[in-house]
Design a protein around this ligand. Sequence first.
Ligand SMILES: *Cc1c(COP(=O)(O)O)cnc(C)c1O
Length: 393
Amino acid sequence: MREIPPTAGLPLEWRDLWSSSGTSLETGLADFLQVSDVQITCSGTAAQIVTLTALRRQSARRKVILPGFTCPLVALAVLHCGLQPVLCDLLPGHFDLDPDHLARLCDEDTLAIVATHLGGRVANLAPLLAIARRTGASVIEDAAQSLGARWQGVPVGLAGDAGFHSLAVGKGLTTFEGGVLLTRDAPLRQRLLDTAADIAPFSWRWELQRSAELLGYAALYRPCGLSLAYGWPLRRAIRRGRLIEAVGDDFSDDIPLHRPGRWRKSVGARALQRLPAFLGLLKRQAETRLQRLAAMPGITVMRDAAGDEGTWPFLMVLMPDRAARDAALDRLWQRGLGVSRLYIHALSDYPYLAGRLSSEQTPNARDFASRLLTLSNSPWLDDDAFDTVCAAL
Ligand SMILES: *Cc1c(COP(=O)(O)O)cnc(C)c1O
C-alpha cells in the first residue's frame, strides 16, 4: 500500500547519516539564507520560547498577539513563558492578520505580534510592521513551514525583529525535531544565544530519543513506510472521531527544551545541500497544479502577492463552505493521497486552550478553519494520483 505524506518533506538518503558535508548546519543555513548567522534550537516552538523569554526579560509588557488560526503550539509557547496570548482575527478568506483588529488590540502592554507565513505562503508584513513600530511591540515571524520563502525579496524571518523556521518532520528539511532562529539585530542575537544556553541545556535522554526518531524517519519516509508510520494511525484516529489526534494537533503543555546534538545537525547539513533543488521541483509542480485547481468552480487556491515568493510543501485550498470541505474530505482523507486538514480548529476552539486565551471573537479565523483543505505537494503524488484528487473535488 502506498501512502503519500500530507506535506512534502525532504527525504533523507542513507549517506546523510554518516558522510560529511564539510560545513555545519549553522553555516549551511546562513549561506542559504544569506545572513551572517543562525541559531539552531530543538524545535520551532523552542525558538519561539527562547525569543519570548529574551524579550520578556527586557520588558514589563505581557501580551502576545497571535493569529486566530495557527498551530496551537504557538499559543502553548506563549503560555509556557507566563505571557498572555491575545487572538487577532484574520482577513476574510485569508490567513493574514486583520490590520484593523490588530491596531485595536495592540497597546502599551503588547510585547510581541506573531505573524505567520502559513504553509509556505507569505504573509503581508507591511501593515503589521507599521502597527508594531507605532506601539513599540516586537514582530516575530512564524516561518515554521516556510524555509526558503521571501517577503518582498527579504528571506522570511528577517523582516521582523526575530523569526523562526521549524525542522520538524514533514516541514521540509528535518532533524526530526528542530528549529532555526533568525534575527538581524546583533544585541538581540546575543541575548537569544544566552537565553537558549540558560533554559535549554544539552540532554542525553532527549538527544538519544530524537536520534532514534531521525533514524526511523530515514527508514520510513517513503510511500510504503508511510502507510505504517502515518496512514495507519491516521485512519484509526479518524475512525474513532479523534480529529485533533488525526492531524497531530494533540499537544501538551510539556514542551521539551534542550540543545540539539552534533550528529543530528550534521545529518541536516548534508540534506540541506539538496534543499534548493527540491524546493525548485516543488515550485514547478505547484505552478501547474494550482492552475488546474484555480480553473475548478467553487475552489479558491491560496497564492502569494506580487513580489513575494513562497515555498510549496502543500497546496492550500478554500472550499465554498464547511459542508463542501467535509464532503471532499469524506471522499479523500483516508485514501492515502495526501489530502488533509491543516489545524483542526481556530485557536479559540481547542479544548486544551479553553479559558487560557483572551476572549476576542475571531469569526474569520473560524470560517477559514472550516473551509480549508490541504493537498500534498509531495513529488510522490504523481499526475495520475493528482487527477484522482481533482476528480473527487
Ligand atoms: C509546526 C509549526 C510550529 C511549531 O514548530 P515545531 O518545530 O513543531 O515546534 C509553529 N508554527 C507553525 C505555523 C507550525 O506549522
